[in-house]
Design a binder for this molecule. Structure first.
Ligand code: EPU
Length: 419
């Protein structure tokens, strides 16, 4: 079967403006969350990515009327039906696990295929399940391909997460907003996307306090109405373009950002020596020929985001010394390393830490094993001498709106081919 590849002839200088989109990791939770509403919902500022299309199509499987027009989605859940969702669409993206919390919250029942997504090593959902059980759900995991969650009724509970998990925090919120009484989530994730989902749910009439802190309190309400919500800007998409700008941008401005959300990256970039100016809702970056070597350790928010660990790595080839990148969230998130080695990069991984040395990258045939590995290979391809061909680009399209067109407009020599 024909497949699309992205090709890049590196070495061009990029210039211009990037309009950043809405946050993927908010969008993929807010779309499932819309089924908790009993009236029409409009979601604005969605990224135009395949994960959004897949989730919208899953809503259709529940007899929900949807209209997706660019970055705006109208959802009419008034004729919703509780249908089982054990299909390929569910497996194609990890965030389909949010259908569990949302359907449980809406119907006290959900039958769903097991979630897929990027292969970043083992990604259990035990904390989600622990939360659903605490709220009163019984889980049947006897099938290898799907799961059934059923509750007579959901009743608020105190849930302490064993590890900080974005997915479990959001999923438990989704199940708890219509439960009887109060739910308290302790050791909750503080990521901006958690706050965005909480503000969407609040706009539907939910009662949530403390989102953005490690203790979230949810007082259940019997009904949720419709609303109109604007998704927050994507800090990872913006961060990826910041890395691209620092690699090969003469003068690049990235619009539609929330500077605080990008602070952990901006601080690290300043340590690298990147020439970066933050404005109210944009950032300007000019590349430098060389940078200082730095150490990076991924942490939960407000630490350095795991999702930016891969895109920033190519900048470390431009430094004057040895850098170390330690991944604490997904210790196996290093599949890009082998691909970078094919591009003449001096990078090695041992025990969750990559050692990165100055290197001159050369174009090669490389494979995007996951979304952010794909973003890393794009940054590397833009820096490399000669042509880089990136295979398996479907992962890249899961998370970046029109990335080839955007880079091309900035002056990159980048195109797609069917092979
Ligand atoms: N974990 C468990 N059990 C659970 C849940 C999580 O052991 O029940 C572990 C995970 O295996 C991981 C850590 O806890 O080691 C953190 O996982 P988390 O639940 O926070 O991750 P997630 O919700 O599955 C989201 C984003 C990821 C992002 C992480 C961390 C979505 C759809 N995905 O994943 O985004 O890397 O949070 O911030 O929101 C991406 O955008 O490329 C991406 C992978």
């Amino acid at each position: 079967m024909a497949q699309e590849v992205i090709k890049i002839r590196g070495g061009q200088t990029l210039k211009g403006t990037v309009n950043n989109h809405g946050a993927k990791n908010s969008a993929v939770a807010i779309i499932p969350a819309s089924i908790l509403a009993e009236d029409k919902v409009t979601i604005n500022g969605l990224p135009e990515i395949s994960d959004v299309e897949t989730l919208v199509s899953l809503l259709g499987d529940l007899n929900i009327k949807t209209e997706l027009d660019g970055s705006t989605l109208n959802v009419d859940p008034t004729e919703i039906e509780n249908a089982p969702l054990p299909n390929n669409k569910v497996e194609s993206l990890r965030a389909s696990y949010y259908m569990m919390g949302a359907m449980l919250g809406r119907f006290n029942k959900c039958v769903i295929g097991l979630p897929g997504g990027c292969p970043l090593g083992p990604r259990p959902i035990d904390q989600h399940i622990k939360g659903f059980k605490a709220l009163g759900a019984e889980i049947d995991e006897s099938s290898e391909t799907s799961m059934q969650l059923v509750a007579d009724k959901l009743v608020g509970a105190n849930i302490f997460l064993d590890m900080v998990s974005v997915g479990a925090t959001i999923n438990i919120m989704l199940a708890a907003v219509r439960a009887e009484g109060q739910t308290v989530i302790e050791n909750a994730a503080k990521e901006p996307e958690v706050v965005d989902v909480a503000s969407f749910l609040t706009s539907l009439g939910a009662n949530i306090k403390g989102a953005g802190t490690s203790t979230i309190k949810i007082m259940g309400v019997p009904h949720l109405h419709g609303s109109n919500h604007q998704v927050i800007p994507d800090r990872i998409e913006a961060g990826t373009y910041m890395c691209i700008a620092a690699a090969c941008g003469e003068d690049i401005e990235i619009n539609n950002i929330i500077p605080t959300h990008l602070e952990p990256l901006a601080v690290k970039m300043k340590e690298l020596g990147v020439d970066l100016t933050m404005e109210d809702d944009s950032v300007k970056i000019k590349r430098k020929p060389t940078y200082n070597s730095v150490d990076i350790k991924t942490l939960v928010y407000p630490g350095f985001a795991t999702d930016l660990q891969q895109p920033i790595t190519p900048l470390l080839f431009l430094t004057d010394g040895v850098s170390f990148v330690t991944e604490t969230i997904y210790p196996a998130r290093f599949k890009h390393v082998e691909e970078l080695q094919k591009m003449n990069a001096d990078i090695h991984v041992d025990n969750g830490t990559a050692t990165v040395k100055p290197s001159t990258l050369k174009g090669a045939e490389v494979y995007a094993s996951d979304l952010r590995a794909g973003a890393c290979l794009i940054v590397a391809g833009l820096l490399a001498e000669g042509v880089t061909t990136i295979y398996n680009v479907k992962h890249i399209y899961r998370g970046y709106t029109n990335i080839v067109k955007t880079l091309s407009a900035l002056g990159a020599d980048i195109w797609t081919e069917e092979i």
